[in-house]
Design a protein. Structure first.
Length: 174
């Protein structure tokens, strides 16, 4: 049953408009972590044939992560900007309650990390990192992704709750 508060959240939540940050070549999300659904990401960012191909790869990666029990992913990279032809997407995943035996091994392949994640990019058209691991000496990937790499200024990222997103069936459902 949907109450008026969850209906309000469902009807009114949306990805914020992209903004300009000085010294940044593309419009980016405003600073912070913004909750989004798969549907909202498709509508806002799968805007041309190339971006649709990246989105298909993203969906395949998210299906695998969801089936392994991943609850949250964070999405970043030029895919969530206004860059017309992003090379890929970047993301990180929360490993809490993930069954590694159900996860595609490419997500944890240390050798692939050393080769620039070529296997991940080939299979999923983007790359994912463990959210709680260090991207730098002082930041986890969730924090690191909130820095615009050219200007160094704060920007936003997206968070998808795979457990509640209507795009995915609950684990064990057919």
């Amino acid at each position: 049953m949907v109450d008026k508060y969850s209906l309000q959240h469902y009807c009114c939540r949306m990805i914020p408009d992209l903004i300009h940050i000085s010294d940044c070549p593309f419009l980016v999300l405003p600073a912070g972590i913004h909750d989004a659904t798969i549907h909202e990401i498709r509508i806002k960012f799968a805007s041309n044939r190339h971006r649709c191909e990246l989105f298909k790869g993203l969906l395949n990666s998210l299906k695998n992560l969801h089936n392994a029990g991943c609850r949250h992913i964070y999405l970043d990279g030029s895919f969530v900007t206004d860059k017309e032809m992003p090379s890929d997407y970047d993301g990180c995943w929360d490993s809490t309650n993930v069954d590694l035996t159900l996860l595609d091994p490419v997500f944890c392949d240390v050798a692939d990390l050393r080769t620039g994640r070529l296997k991940q990019k080939s299979r999923y058209k983007g790359e994912f990192f463990l959210a709680n691991t260090k991207a730098s000496p002082t930041e986890t990937y969730v924090d690191f992704f909130q820095n615009e790499k050219i200007s160094g200024k704060k920007k936003g990222i997206l968070r998808v709750n795979l457990e509640t997103d209507g795009h995915f069936k609950k684990r064990g459902q057919k």
